[in-house]
Design a protein around this ligand. Structure first.
Ligand SMILES: [Zn+2]
Length: 67
C-alpha cells in the first residue's frame, strides 16, 4: 500500500516537484514532505496532470527535469 491514499504521484508544493511513489528513492524525502504538509495529490493520478498544475519532475525518482 502506497502512502498518499494509494496515489502514485505526490507533488511537493514547497519545491513544486512531483514524485513517483512507485520509484521512490531515499533522496526524495517523501516522509519529510508529508510531515511538513507539503504533499499534494492529483486527479487523475498522472504525471501529465501534475505537469499541467505546474509541477516539475522529481530529480531522483523521475528525472529529466525540465527547468
Ligand atoms: Zn522523487
Amino acid at each position: 500500500m502506497r502512502r498518499g491514499n494509494g496515489k502514485q504521484f505526490l507533488g511537493n508544493i514547497n519545491t513544486m516537484e512531483v514524485h513517483d511513489l512507485d520509484n521512490e528513492q531515499t533522496l526524495c524525502q517523501i516522509d519529510e514532505i508529508i510531515t511538513a504538509g507539503h504533499d499534494r495529490y492529483f486527479t487523475p493520478d498522472t504525471l501529465s496532470q501534475a505537469k499541467s498544475q505546474g509541477f516539475d519532475n522529481g530529480h531522483w525518482c523521475i528525472g529529466g527535469s525540465e527547468r
